[in-house]
Unconditional design. Sequence first.
Length: 408
Amino acid sequence: MNALIKTAFYVFLTFTSLFAQNNFMLGNENLLSNETDLIEGKNLALVINKTSTLSNGVTLLDTLLALDFSVRKIFALEHGFDLKAEAGEKIKNTNFGAIPIISLYGKKKSPDKNDLENIDLILYDIQDVGARFYTYISSLKLIMQSAARNQVGIIVLDRPNPQKGKIEGEILDENFKSFVGISKIPTVYGMTVGELAKLFADEIEREDGRSVKLTVVKMSDYRRGKNYFQPNGKLRWINPSPNLRTLDAALLYPGLCFLEATTISEGRGTEFPFEQFGAPFFDTKKIIAKLKATEFSESLDFTAVRFVPKRHGTYSPKFSEKECSGVKIKIKDENFDAVLFGTKLLKILCEMYPNKISLNYNRLAKLYGNKNLERFIKNEISFEEIKTFIRRDREIFKSKRKNFLLYP
């Protein structure tokens, strides 16, 4: 590596960090500024996408290549390396120049022995959403299991959790494990991806009897309760998937995602996915009146809208090309409980339109983590019982996660 370029780059990083929020630095910036010895002379495989940037917007991949590090492979997760693929769309193998991009979303969801041949280290640098059913963390655990089997080290470059430190929802029931629920954690777990990787490493050792050669490169000056994304923070929000286009959408997602198990539009194919919902048969005035009568009206504002979900290529969202009456949600207080809101919202809509809304209860149980949301919809348990289960699991998980926390 050209020593002059290297020195100039490190000076640049140090200089720009002076203007960062309270000298905050991402894990990838700490790696490049202070811990390059971890990757010097190593053949690297990167788990990255378009969110894998430094705080100045330059991509980690471009930076590593400019500094002449040995990047041999790229692993692509759901939505692909370029984040253009829709939810569930299979990702094909491709290339970035001479570097192969290997899909880990399709039949193969973790690297095999051939993929890791001549690889010394896997670097994981992906902006996550902080919800159990968002598949990037499922991919992380599967990649860690593969790394352990093949005795390859993995470095997780830490990033902020947009949900901050919130814990919401129930702990996943073992019987409902899937690719949208790979670990016994709550729906919203209040940990950074680096902290979660430590928890996964502990699980893998217990479940598989294998030790993960894990290193977490921490962020500098990270505080769990702070927002690091614009407009209040310094980091630009880069869509981690095509339908999470704003920080508000990411904060609403842990609740509105339950609509994916129904015939209600969650706003896919519109300008504001996961910030609005609707259907052609909705009476939005009545829906809004019911929502305003809930405890969530203090934190959320509800506005009647009309939208037409649009097709995109071969992707056809719910009510494609049909006009929907909908409700747009604006967040007034970020401390609202998205899971409880989504639970109450689904109950209200199912009560209002029992003959027009269909539910996939198997899908719903995988998203919620057990059958309690189904039981609530069917009037077998009350909302207060749901809250009791969630409070119980929050205390259980608080006790568990404290063993893996890296920040105040």
